[in-house]
Design a protein around this ligand. Structure first.
Ligand SMILES: NC(=O)c1ccc[n+]([C@@H]2O[C@H](COP(=O)([O-])OP(=O)(O)OC[C@H]3O[C@@H](n4cnc5c(N)ncnc54)[C@H](O)[C@@H]3O)[C@@H](O)[C@H]2O)c1
Length: 258
């Protein structure tokens, strides 16, 4: 436990279940004293989230529905946060989606619709969320998104999502410039493969995880808690001089050339 985030109101987007990276982040932020606000994609997942919070003795300031495919939904969610909580100091963006059939085989087979969908949910959503959040980040703060090495390198089967992550990372940098003058920082964590609901959608997870154990400097895979603590660093004042940055939490795999 620490008081790094005492008195800070932070919005967490993307907890689907206990395996979600956003859940690892939730635990780290909670242990640092943050007041947490959650968004969930659909109303019907509300009870699941409430149960998960209860089971872990974590209280939520507020839970609001937010489908990032809809500007109206994002607008309404942040309006409700503004009315019920007031000022916020941070946003965790841990949201992505691509059709399963686009996450295997040749990238050249990607459909126009599949390409646009991956870009919309996995990259544009950070832009739309920042647009809505900055107006209630009156004391400045921090926005952190989750990316993956498939943006920088060709990783088998990651395909359309790798291109969406490249777009997400570039958006993160442009947004960092836009909102820097408001005292808001925008950064990304690039985690190694972690078995989650979304990761199951990408073919060949076991091979990817096995490769990390074999060749990454630390010779082990990372977990949600390690990503949570790295995200906590970006959320806290410890990283007050850092914006527009990508921090790899991947046991060092990204530095290996061959
Ligand atoms: N698991 C990994 O190996 C890995 C590695 C690096 C980065 N990431 C990234 O971490 C983030 C979280 O993924 P995860 O692995 O925890 O999986 P997850 O399935 O637990 O989380 C994905 C979340 O995105 C949400 N989402 C999807 N479409 C949405 C929409 N239209 N509106 C609102 N929310 C929506 C889902 O509800 C879910 O909560 C993603 O950006 C993912 O690309 C994952």
């Amino acid at each position: 436990m620490s008081d790094l985030l005492q008195g800070k109101n932070i919005v967490v987007m993307g907890v689907a279940n206990e395996r979600s990276i956003a859940w690892g982040i939730t635990k780290s932020l909670h242990n640092a004293g943050a007041n947490l606000i959650f968004t969930n994609r659909q109303e019907r997942s509300y009870n699941k989230l409430v149960k998960l919070l209860e089971k872990n003795d974590i209280s939520a300031e507020l839970i609001v529905t937010c489908d990032v495919a809809s500007d109206q939904s994002i607008q309404e969610a942040f309006e409700e946060i503004k009315n019920k909580v007031g000022i916020i100091h941070g946003v965790i963006h841990s949201v992505a989606f691509a059709n399963r059939e686009e996450l295997q085989g040749d990238y050249a087979e990607t459909s126009r619709e599949g390409f646009l969908l991956a870009q919309e949910i996995s990259a544009y959503s950070l832009v739309a969320v920042t647009k809505a959040a900055k107006d209630i980040m009156a004391e400045g703060g921090s926005i952190v998104t989750q990316t993956y090495l498939g943006s920088e390198r060709v990783i088998k089967n990651y395909n359309v999502m790798g291109v969406a992550k490249a777009s997400l990372e570039a958006s993160m940098r442009y947004l960092a410039e836009d909102v820097g003058k408001l005292g808001i920082r925008v950064n990304a964590v690039s985690a190694g493969p972690i078995r989650t609901l979304s990761a199951k959608g990408v073919s060949g997870f076991n091979e990817k995880a096995g490769k990390i154990e074999e060749v990454a400097p630390l010779r082990r895979n990372v977990d949600q808690d390690q990503v949570g603590d790295a995200t906590l660093f970006f959320m806290s004042d410890l990283s007050r001089g850092v914006t527009g940055e990508i921090l790899h939490v991947d046991s060092g795999f990204n530095i290996i050339g061959g």
